[in-house]
Design a protein around this ligand. Structure first.
Ligand code: DC
Length: 219
């Protein structure tokens, strides 16, 4: 049996998470935040003080990694070796480390099986950077969500509740992350050739979700 897989890729702050969650709820399927997996790897690298630039050490670490999702109500919690680490993976340090370590082919390879396993067992909306290009190239519904950098930084800034002086810093970090994610050699952030691109700069979450839903339901 093939399940209905929807992929939503795009840069940080384009509204992917809110849109993906809302779309999954509308379609009655699970929402999978693949960025959480990369953050989970970064969290464990940091916690276990792994020298990730040492290939042998990184490989040993990845072999011992026991990362996965657990259903909690409608949400998926990120679990590492049986421990729920969902609340530890959103710090600025882990965010930047996740961007750096997600460029490593061995890290991407290690997370592939988890993502494919979910898609083989249920309908899902997958949010990430390479869902439509690399992980699920055959997905029937692919979206690429983007927005102007200034608007994305403002949204993230509002979410974090930081003061105005921090806005510039948020924007600079976002620009760096975009550049790193787009320029890495393995599975860089880019739209799949058959993805529908949506510019959310002047759109509300509801408008974006309705547009996606229309496309899915008309198919
Ligand atoms: O979506 P996010 O900000 O939580 O993702 C954290 C980092 O993980 C991001 O900088 C890039 C990386 N990532 C990735 O390389 N591929 C994915 N499918 C999802 C995230």
């Amino acid at each position: 049996m093939t399940y209905r897989i929807v992929t939503i890729d795009g840069p940080a702050g384009a509204g992917k998470t809110t849109v993906s969650k809302q779309l999954a709820a509308t379609l009655g399927c699970v929402y999978v935040d693949t960025g959480a997996l990369y953050r989970g790897v970064a969290y464990e690298i940091d916690r276990q003080k792994i020298d990730w630039q040492d290939e042998a050490e990184l490989n040993r670490f990845l072999e011992s990694l026991d990362l996965g999702f657990k259903m909690t109500g409608q949400d998926l919690a990120l679990v590492s070796s049986g421990k729920d680490i969902t609340s530890f993976i959103r710090t600025p340090e882990i965010t930047m480390l996740a961007s750096a370590t997600s460029a490593l082919p061995a890290v991407r390879q290690a997370l592939l099986g988890i993502q494919k396993h979910i898609a083989a067992t249920r309908d899902a909306v997958f949010e990430g950077r390479d869902m439509g290009t690399a992980v699920f190239p055959d997905a029937p519904f692919k979206f690429f969500l983007f927005a102007d950098l200034g608007v994305r930084a403002r949204r993230r800034h509002d979410e974090l509740g930081t003061n105005d002086a921090e806005l510039e810093k948020v924007q600079a970090q976002m620009a760096k992350r975009d550049k790193d994610d787009e320029s890495r050699k393995t599975n860089p952030l880019k739209p799949a050739p058959d993805a529908v691109s949506i510019d959310s700069t002047h759109m509300t979450v509801d408008q974006v979700v309705t547009k996606m839903q229309d496309i899915i339901e008309k198919a």
